[in-house]
Design a binder for this molecule. Structure first.
Ligand code: F6P
Length: 320
């Protein structure tokens, strides 16, 4: 019987558990042994894992986070760290590996694939939706809904007080959450890392909004080139001495919570696809969602996607 190991790595994302459940159930269906490695590549280095049974994934499809833990392992990026990890995989007689995470996770998996002859399949899981080669990553939809619900609430109080609110969302170098939440929450002013922020234009937009509207919301991706919401607030204050500007940093709330139906569906489909791919002898591939179809992409071509937001930005500017 083939033994298939899997792990979650990098920032957790809602839906990772649905993917884990799907991997375990698909393995058991095909008489493969599902083997969970705890806490990402760090757990692989430290030799921590276990054979999973049906019971281990009972009642987890609806849970946020990851039941097998995650980490951002610096040690795995060293060859000494990877040597220990490879020893562990050999000692456990692992025949294939599925990694769930973002671009950092895939970079780690690629390094492992160079040093060890083992089939590897990636599943994109990150709230950032910034992986090249896939339209969606597991966790993005849930995080987007969390952001939109939060902004709806902020708008209630902002309208009542005629206030300006700067709302900071996650995305240290990705604007997907910021742009999509702007479109979904009726917010036209959005700052993203992929675009150079024009402070003068921002000031004019805010002034225009103050004159016309009850509430002014500005969505700022944490990695915007002009700074995060704290830095931008300080830059704006001198221009609006008589205006009450408030700041909300949504922070890690965006990463938690029960996954949306869309994320559960994506994760379940991708987990099943990954096991089938590895069982069919595929290696160095990422499971992707492309034009609503699940497909395989070459892992070597995966990196960060610096998405083209032009259409969405045009739409937002037409609503300004
Ligand atoms: O990669 C997902 C993400 O949530 C980013 O949006 C964010 O910048 C980062 O992780 C935060 O990482 P940490 O939880 O390590 O602070």
């Amino acid at each position: 019987m083939k033994k298939i190991a899997f792990l979650t790595s990098g920032g957790d994302a809602p839906g990772m558990n649905a993917a884990i459940r799907s991997i375990v159930k698909t393995c058991l269906h095909f008489d493969l042994i599902p083997y969970a490695i705890y806490d990402g590549f760090q757990g692989m280095i430290e030799g921590r894992g276990k054979v999973m049974s049906e019971n281990d994934v009972e009642n987890c499809i609806q849970l946020g986070g990851t039941i097998i833990g995650t980490a951002r392992s610096k040690e795995f990026m060293t060859s000494a760290g990877r040597e220990k990890a490879i020893e562990f995989l050999k000692s456990e007689a692992i025949d294939g590996l599925i990694v769930i995470g973002g671009d950092g996770t895939f970079a780690g998996a690629m390094l492992l694939g160079i040093e060890m002859n083992i089939p590897i399949i990636g599943i994109p899981g990150t709230i950032d939706n910034d992986i090249k080669g896939t339209d969606y990553t597991i966790g993005f939809d849930t995080a987007l809904n969390t952001v939109v619900t939060s902004i709806d609430k902020i708008r209630d109080t902002a309208s009542s007080h005629h206030r300006v609110f700067l709302v900071e969302v996650m995305g240290k170098d990705a604007g997907s959450l910021a742009i999509d939440s702007a479109l979904c929450s009726g917010t036209e002013t959005v700052l993203i890392p992929e675009e150079t922020t024009d402070l003068q234009k921002l000031i004019t937009q805010i002034q225009h909004n103050i004159n016309l509207k009850k509430a002014t919301i500005v969505i700022i991706a944490e990695g915007d080139d002009a700074g995060n919401s704290t830095v931008i607030l300080e830059k704006l204050k001198p221009y609006f001495p008589d205006t009450s500007i408030r700041q909300t940093i949504l922070g890690h709330i965006q990463r938690g919570g029960s996954p949306s139906a869309k994320d559960r569906l994506l994760a379940t489909t991708m987990g099943n696809f990954a096991v089938n791919a590895i069982n069919a002898g595929e290696t160095n591939k990422m499971v992707a969602s492309l034009n609503s179809q699940i497909a395989l992409q070459d892992l070597s071509e995966i990196g960060k996607s610096f998405s083209e937001f032009n259409d969405k930005l045009r739409l937002l500017s037409e609503f300004e």
